[in-house]
Design a protein around this ligand. Structure first.
Ligand SMILES: *[C@@H]1O[C@H](CO)[C@@H](O)[C@H](O)[C@H]1NC(C)=O
Ligand SMILES: *[C@@H]1O[C@H](CO)[C@@H](O)[C@H](O)[C@H]1NC(C)=O
Ligand SMILES: *[C@@H]1O[C@H](CO)[C@@H](O)[C@H](O)[C@H]1NC(C)=O
Ligand SMILES: *[C@@H]1O[C@H](CO)[C@@H](O)[C@H](O)[C@H]1NC(C)=O
Length: 480
């Protein structure tokens, strides 16, 4: 089904509002119910400020709405002056609200030394607020409160403002560029979307994620209608895609089934690869595309507290990423598979190092314990596939939301390290970004072990056979 958005010319500076009116109404409802909530919870000084801010944000949406419903030049002839006058009035009001916003944030700065912090109880939905404040980030959240602070990295903050501007203001949804969400591994899917996003951004177009057809479900999104006898997941959402977990990126209508626009490779690949500044922006854009919703952050924090391996903070940590299982069924000769010894040797990892082992394969865990027991292994205790799997098997636990949370949690853990050792995987870019955001690009080290090793490719079956033999021998030695 191909539902085209009605073509609509808007005043230059305002987003197309009819697109997601349902969302916006809900949004407004949330803003209004927030007032009630805040009146009874004045415990936190910042909430007062937030209250005022929400009030102005609500009015801002109304003004935007009125502007979007404004008759256009095409359908009202001879009344251009009237329209221009009321447009100007609305525009003025809109700008005044934006100025108020800025003043409020400035005033907030007196609340803490250094920088302002905005905290609200978890019960308050701050997603719409964060969406409108792209240069803030979650910070120091605890069991009772979600908190934000301005992004401290000035270039990154400025970049996010620029992206937000081109996604929400001054854009024309009839020019929107799109990419489908694809049924591949998490990092590959994000990378694919981000390539389109960055290319659109560099060319001055808004970007939106779509699906091949409306009923399609992303493999990491839980089904909206689960099979009989099972309950709907907390993460299920009507679009059944990445936006079940992450903040929306645009108000432009999502046209299911619309074919993708061709993306300029110059911007999507070449520029990002050859220019370090662009490369870093691209990395930031991935984090913008994957800003976890409040519910996701809350559950993520809980999961980390309950299950994450604790990395000894007194020793620097190194992550080792070992990708096997479904990657062993790829048709093209893209990857090679290595024993843990290759990662340890080529990565210059010593027995005293704090190792965070990231792997989709249970054989890797067995290998670590049976063959290299002298090393300090940390890894997530979770369901894993064992050995070769069919293409794009990514949900070993059958619980999409849990798999997604573990990916996000492992990225967070890897961000504590300053060094990573890896073969070929899209995940490497995400892991690199997690470290770079934490420690700065200049302070991290990535060691790819592929190099010469990749020239002598061992077929997956042979590799596994050899590995199983080693594991068996080691098990027997333990029993003997
Ligand atoms: C969580 O943070 C908020 C805001 O900083 C603070 O008021 C509250 O006491 C903290 N709660 C806990 C349990 O630490
Ligand atoms: C589904 O939810 C109900 C109510 O919360 C609970 O009693 C039941 O055990 C759940 N079923 C499954 C299969 O999780
Ligand atoms: C390997 O690590 C040792 C210390 O742990 C260091 O002296 C040496 O330079 C490292 N080698 C490489 C190739 O990085
Ligand atoms: C791993 O999780 C399983 C199932 O939740 C549990 O039975 C087992 O004890 C855990 N192992 C470790 C080492 O924590």
């Amino acid at each position: 089904m191909n539902m085209r958005a009605p073509e609509m010319k808007l005043p230059q500076t305002f987003p197309t509002q009819d697109a997601e009116k349902g969302d916006r109404l809900r949004w407004r409802y949330l803003a209004v119910s927030l007032f009630g909530f805040l009146f009874v919870s004045m415990g936190i000084v910042n909430d007062n400020q937030l209250l005022v801010q929400y009030q102005s944000q609500t009015r801002k949406l109304e003004v935007e709405d009125q502007l979007s419903q404004h008759p256009t030049k095409e359908n009202i002839e001879g009344k251009e002056d009237d329209i221009a006058t009321s447009s100007r009035r609305l525009l003025k009001e809109y700008q005044a609200i934006e100025q108020d916003d800025k003043d409020l944030i400035k005033k907030d700065e007196s609340l803490t030394q250094g920088y302002p912090i905005k905290c609200s109880p978890w019960e308050t939905d701050m997603d719409p607020w964060w969406q409108m404040h792209p240069d803030w980030e979650p910070y120091n959240e605890n069991e009772t409160h979600t908190c934000f602070r301005p992004i401290q990295h000035e270039e990154r903050a400025a970049f996010f403002r620029e992206v937000y501007q081109s996604q929400y203001h001054g854009m024309d949804c009839s020019q929107v560029r799109t990419r489908h969400i694809t049924g591949v591994g998490y990092a590959a899917a994000v990378g694919y979307m981000c390539g389109g996003f960055y290319s659109a951004f560099r060319q001055g177009y808004p970007f939106q994620v779509t699906k091949v057809r409306e009923s399609m479900r992303w493999l990491y999104a839980p089904p909206l209608d689960p099979s009989p006898g099972t309950n709907r997941s907390w993460a299920a959402c009507p679009s059944q895609d990445n936006f079940c977990y992450f903040l929306p990126i645009s108000n432009c209508q999502r046209e299911w089934g619309r074919s993708e626009d061709s993306v300029s490779r110059k911007y999507a690949r070449r520029e990002v690869r050859d220019n370090p500044v662009r490369g870093e922006q691209y990395m930031w854009l991935k984090s913008y595309l994957t800003r976890p919703r409040q519910e996701v952050r809350r559950r993520l924090a809980e999961l980390i507290q309950q299950e994450a391996p604790v990395l000894d903070p007194s020793t620097p940590c190194v992550w080792i990423h070992v990708r096997r299982t479904d990657a062993m069924s790829e048709f093209r000769n893209l990857r090679n598979f290595y024993g843990l010894n290759e990662y340890l040797e080529r990565g210059n990892v010593s027995a005293g190092d704090n190792i965070l082992l990231l792997t989709d394969d249970q054989t890797t865990i067995e290998e670590a314990h049976l063959l290299y027991p002298e090393y300090k292994w940390n890894y997530w205790n979770r369901t894993r596939y064992r050995g070769r799997q069919k293409r794009n098997s990514h949900i070993p636990s059958d619980d999409q939301a849990r798999e997604m949370l573990i990916i996000l949690a492992e990225l967070q853990l890897a961000g504590q390290c300053t060094k990573g050792v890896h073969g070929t995987s899209n995940m490497v870019g995400m892991l690199q970004a997690a470290m770079a955001l934490e420690h700065g690009m200049a302070n991290i080290e990535l060691i790819s072990i592929d190099g010469d090793l990749k020239k002598e490719r061992v077929p997956a079956e042979e590799f596994l056979k050899d590995l199983e033999a080693k594991l068996k021998a080691a098990r027997n030695a333990v029993l003997a």
